[in-house]
Design a protein around this ligand. Structure first.
Ligand SMILES: NC(=O)c1ccc[n+]([C@@H]2O[C@H](COP(=O)([O-])OP(=O)(O)OC[C@H]3O[C@@H](n4cnc5c(N)ncnc54)[C@H](OP(=O)(O)O)[C@@H]3O)[C@@H](O)[C@H]2O)c1
Length: 292
């Protein structure tokens, strides 16, 4: 388990428990299911791929360029006794998405779970944002979600129900963000992409629920990954971040992984079309704790 001195110091100074969540023993609640996790070579996607595998799923680990990191995820899953394959592909490119789904189904014989996690930021003040920055973020964060969800729904429809592994015909989890509802100055492209994911997810959930396909989003708050290093890597930045987090610790990738495992499982069978905020209360308007 890595140690995070800045977060530990912050907690200690306030008499709070360690900010590291304890390891939970995995339960095999996804046994026999096949999953594809996009953007699984780093951060949240990596933790989700490992979490799904520990819960018994066979996992396709998608990455775009970080082959060595994806290999590391495969090795970690194998060391745990799990089964996984690497599938390269850019989620914003239609034929690459089709190819990575085809590879996954060829390897596992089916697909039961898609976790559509790949995402990026290209930040700029609004009047300095280039059309390329706008397009790249929309292409990956929103169009990528569309292409992957469409490929998953086609596969779920073609393969039918697999009652031996799940009550649902298929599950799609979109990794969105608290910025699907919290406006974010300097990140207009990112917030627009995540806001788009919300109504794409809900409209799709409504459309495919009669087929017993469940579609939901997980909306992370501030999670310690390479995407947002500047927000947690100095004591000053970490302290300022905590003003936005009522629970007073940064989120760890495994916080999202645990939610994803549960949401993909039959324990969440009656849940469709929700945004599950995993954010330590960031969406509770912490500025009103003492104001208003
Ligand atoms: N960290 C947070 O605080 C936070 C909060 C809210 C929401 N999120 C969301 O959570 C998701 C994961 O973020 P993260 O923090 O884990 O970021 P990260 O550590 O930077 O990882 C991003 C992952 O996405 C992959 N990726 C990027 N562009 C891709 C593309 N076009 N096709 C396929 N894969 C691509 C990357 O693979 P390559 O390196 O191979 O390109 C990498 O595996 C994103 O959707 C992000 O918006 C994160």
């Amino acid at each position: 388990m890595p140690s995070f001195p800045i977060a530990d110091d912050y907690a200690r100074a306030r008499g709070l428990p360690s900010d590291l969540p304890p390891e939970r023993p995995p339960a095999p609640i996804l046994k026999g299911q096949a999953a594809l996790v996009t953007g699984a070579s780093s951060g949240i996607g990596r933790a989700i791929a490992i979490g799904l595998a520990r819960a018994g799923a066979r996992v396709a680990v998608n990455y775009r360029k970080s082959a060595a990191e994806a290999d590391g995820v495969l090795a970690e899953i194998a060391a745990d006794g799990g089964e996984a394959i690497g599938v390269q592909g850019d989620v914003s490119v239609e034929d690459q998405v089709e190819a990575m789904f085809a590879r996954t189904v060829a390897a596992f014989g089916a697909l039961d779970i898609l976790v559509s996690n790949a995402g990026l930021q290209q930040d700029a003040a609004f009047d300095e944002m280039t059309l390329d920055q706008w397009r790249r973020v929309i292409d990956v964060n929103l169009t990528g979600q569309f292409l992957c969800a469409r490929a998953a729904v086609r596969q779920f429809k073609a393969q039918g129900l697999r009652p031996e592994v799940s009550t649902a015909r298929g599950k799609i989890i979109c990794i969105s963000s608290v910025h699907d509802v919290i406006p974010w100055a300097g990140h207009v492209n990112y917030a627009a992409s995540k806001g788009g994911v919300m109504l794409m997810m809900k409209s799709l959930a409504q459309e495919v629920a009669p087929l017993r396909i469940r579609v939901n989003s997980i909306c992370p708050g501030a999670i310690r990954t390479p995407i947002n290093t500047q927000a947690w890597s100095t004591p000053e930045a970490y302290g300022a971040l905590m003003d936005l987090v009522p629970y007073k610790r940064i989120g760890e990738p495994q916080d999202i992984a645990q939610a994803a495992v549960w949401l993909a499982s039959d324990y969440a069978d009656y849940i469709s079309g929700i945004n599950l905020y995993v954010d330590g209360g960031m969406t509770l308007y912490p500025g009103f704790e003492e104001g208003g």
